[in-house]
Design a protein. Structure first.
Length: 180
């Protein structure tokens, strides 16, 4: 077994055996260090892989320290974990529960509803003003017939007649296959 100083010296020369020995020697302790702060196993594995990638990049760029391999690796691990927390703080990521079915309407359903509403508005606009008032008060405000009659100054029979004719006109206008 080579000393840390010898492993670091050989790693600076990009010796693949030394790089493999560093990985084998420090993987478990770096994993424990990271897993102490991160509870998700897959995330820990990813972060420990990043811990080994950063020194490798530094070695290729000739920016590796000349001593204290262990301190360097744990320093890198500390930075990787800090970077992870900083990133997840700014971009929180909630795992999706694939078993929960969305209650939100689909875009096609929203579009169909908007088309239907527009069609209904056009149909309403074909009614007389009195018919529109009766329907708005009866179904929009849920007022009883006698109150509508009082508000419009009409008899209850007249309000019922206006309502019936308005609904019949809407039914004809909105019937399937009816193009207006």
């Amino acid at each position: 077994m080579l000393s840390d100083a010898e492993l670091l010296r050989r790693a600076r020369e990009l010796d693949t055996d030394a790089l493999a020995a560093i990985h084998d020697t420090y993987y478990q302790s770096l994993y424990r260090y990271v897993s102490f702060r991160i509870s998700d196993r897959q995330t820990c594995e990813d972060l420990v892989s990043e811990v080994f990638m950063r020194p490798l990049t530094a070695l290729h760029q000739r920016k590796a320290p000349t001593n204290n391999l262990r301190g360097w690796l744990f320093g890198v691990a500390s930075h990787v974990v800090s970077d992870y927390f900083r990133q997840t703080y700014h971009n929180p990521n909630e795992p999706l529960n694939e078993q929960i079915v969305s209650q939100a309407p689909l875009p096609a359903e929203i579009a169909e509803k908007e088309v239907a509403i527009e069609k209904f508005r056009k149909a309403i606009s074909t009614l007389t003003e009195d018919q529109q008032h009766v329907l708005a008060l009866r179904f929009g405000e849920n007022l009883p017939i006698h109150e509508i009659a009082h508000l419009l100054g009409k008899t209850e029979g007249a309000v019922k007649q206006l309502q019936a004719r308005a609904l019949a006109a809407l039914a004809r206008h909105l019937a399937p296959g009816m193009v207006k």
